[in-house]
Design a protein. Structure first.
Length: 131
């Protein structure tokens, strides 16, 4: 029963992620779901309401919000990023090049740009600035 609940939760989160991402992706929903194989996807709650999710695959980290208010506190940042830093020695992520707000947030955390592709800036974090 527990495995079914976890799978149901993952499916719910993927549906929410798809709702956020489908407008900007050139993938079918099946391709999108397949692209998440191997990713650990965990819900993030604020006041008992799921407002977002974190996605990790090895040292790669992403978070997504679902319209609710996600207070990204220092405690949240440490909770999500410190285990990856301890395990891998670094964390990577990517951000759409035109998303200046997210790029500014990455810089505040201590991420630095390692490369850029047509659509994304690729980042690496080796230590938290405000840990």
């Amino acid at each position: 029963m527990a495995a079914a609940a976890v799978m149901g939760s993952r499916t719910k989160i993927i549906d929410l992620l798809w709702g956020v991402d489908e407008k900007v992706l050139y993938l079918s929903k099946t391709q999108y779901i397949d692209s998440l194989n191997g990713w650990l996807i965990e819900p993030h709650y604020e006041d008992g309401v799921m407002v977002g999710a974190t996605l990790t695959n090895g040292p790669e980290f992403h978070f997504a919000t679902f319209g609710g208010q996600w207070k990204m506190t220092r405690a949240n940042i440490r909770h999500y990023l410190c285990p990856l830093l301890e395990r891998y020695g670094y964390v990577t992520t990517k951000t759409p090049k035109e998303d200046t707000r997210q790029r500014r947030f990455n810089k505040i955390l201590g991420f630095f740009v390692t490369s850029e592709s047509e659509f994304f800036a690729h980042y690496k974090l080796e230590r938290l600035r405000h840990a």
